[in-house]
Design a protein around this ligand. Structure first.
Ligand code: SF4
Ligand code: SF4
Length: 315
C-alpha cells in the first residue's frame, strides 16, 4: 500500500469511528509556537496550572515524546449538544457544554486505540501513542497545521464548517503519511469574543490569559475564588462557553451523535435553587462519569456559593 492509500484509509477509519475531521502533519519542531508559549509562561498566564511549565521541549517537538515519530494525526470529536438538551441561559447555573456527558478522556482514548489497532492491522507494525489533553501536546497548534481550522482570537480552534465545539485529540505515529496544510484565518475584523468575555481574559486578540479565565477559576484553581472576580462569572459554575457561544462561526455547530456525551436528563431542569441545595448524591447522579468530577462536589459547591453570593450582592 502506498502513502496516499494509507493516508486515505486512516482518514476513512477516523470518520467511521465518529471523528468529525482528521488532518495530518509531519512530526516536527513547532517553530512558530515556541516564542508564543515562552511568552505566555513568562507572563504567568497559566496561573496555578504549573504542569504547563513542565516538558517545555516535548511540548514543541513530538519526536521527543514518541520515538521515531513521523506524523501527527489530529482528530476532532464533536460535543455540541442538541439545543433541546442544553441548559437555558436564565434561571439556572451553567456547566460548560463539553462536560455534559461522559468524560471525553475515556471516550476518545478508546477511539484512538481502535484507530491505532486498525493501522497496525492494515499497514503492519506501526508504533505510536494516543493523546487526549493528557500529555504535553499542543493540540490546537497541530490541528491548525493540519488544516482543521484556524486558531481564533478567543484562542479556540475554529473549523469553518462546524465552529469550535469539539475535542481535539492526536495520534503520534512512526509512519510517514501525506500531509495537509493550514487554512486561512477568518476572524477578520470581528471582536465579539473580546467584547463578551466578562473577566477580560482575552487580553489581546489571540492571547487568553488563562489565569483570568472563568474555566481556570472554576476548575483549576484549588484556593478560594478571588473577591475581585465577584459578579463577573455570570451564572457559570463549571467552565465557561461565552467566547464560543458568541462566535459567529458556531452558528454552524451541528449536534453530536455520540451517545456517551448525552447529558443526564435532569441537568436541563435544574434551577438555581436546585443547584444551591445540591447533595453529594445528586451530584454523583448528574455527573456520574463527567469531567465535572475534576472539580469534585466540594469544588462545585464553592463555585455555586461564589455565584450565589455575587447575585445577592447585586440585588
Ligand atoms: S471561556 Fe469565558 S472567561 Fe474564558 S476567555 Fe472565554 S469568555 Fe472569557
Ligand atoms: S468571536 Fe469573532 S474574533 Fe472571536 S474567535 Fe469568533 S470570529 Fe474570531
Amino acid at each position: 500500500m502506498n502513502k496516499a492509500q494509507t493516508t486515505y484509509l486512516i482518514k476513512q477509519k477516523a470518520r467511521e469511528l465518529g471523528f468529525m475531521y482528521c488532518g495530518i502533519s509531519k512530526a516536527d519542531f513547532l517553530e512558530e509556537e515556541a516564542p508564543r508559549l515562552e511568552n505566555w509562561l513568562k507572563q504567568n498566564m497559566h496561573g496555578q496550572m504549573h504542569y504547563m511549565e513542565n516538558h517545555f521541549d516535548k511540548r514543541l517537538d513530538p519526536r521527543l515524546l514518541v520515538e521515531g515519530a513521523k506524523s501527527v494525526v489530529s482528530l476532532l470529536l464533536n460535543y455540541y449538544p442538541e439545543k433541546e438538551t442544553q441548559q437555558p441561559d436564565e434561571g439556572t447555573y451553567k456547566v460548560s457544554k463539553y462536560a455534559y456527558g461522559t468524560d471525553y478522556h475515556f471516550v476518545i482514548k478508546d477511539k484512538l486505540k481502535d484507530l491505532l489497532r486498525y493501522i497496525n492491522e492494515e499497514v503492519g507494525e506501526v508504533g505510536g501513542r494516543c493523546f487526549v489533553d493528557s500529555a504535553p501536546v499542543l493540540d490546537k497548534a497541530w490541528a491548525k497545521k493540519s488544516g482543521l481550522g484556524w486558531v481564533g482570537k478567543n484562542s479556540n480552534l475554529i473549523t469553518p464548517q462546524v465552529g469550535s465545539f469539539y475535542f481535539i485529540a492526536e495520534l503520534i505515529i512512526d509512519l510517514e503519511l501525506d500531509y495537509d496544510g493550514p487554512i486561512k484565518d477568518y476572524c477578520g475584523s470581528c471582536t465579539r469574543c473580546l467584547d463578551a468575555c466578562p473577566t477580560d481574559a482575552i487580553v489581546a486578540p489571540y492571547v487568553v490569559d488563562g489565569s483570568k479565565c472563568i474555566s481556570y477559576f472554576t476548575i483549576e484553581l484549588k484556593d478560594q475564588l478571588p473577591q475581585e472576580m465577584n459578579g463577573k462569572f455570570g451564572n457559570w459554575i463549571f467552565g465557561c462557553d461565552i467566547c464560543q457561544d458568541v462566535c459567529p462561526w458556531n452558528r454552524f455547530s451541528k449536534p453530536h451523535q455520540e451517545p456517551a456525551f448525552a447529558a443526564h436528563p435532569q441537568l436541563r431542569d435544574m434551577k438555581s435553587t436546585d443547584w444551591q441545595e445540591i447533595t453529594q448524591e445528586v451530584f454523583s447522579q448528574l455527573f456520574k462519569k463527567s469531567a465535572v468530577k475534576r472539580t469534585g462536589y466540594k469544588g462545585l459547591l464553592r463555585n455555586i456559593q461564589f455565584v450565589q453570593q455575587s447575585d445577592e450582592n447585586q440585588t
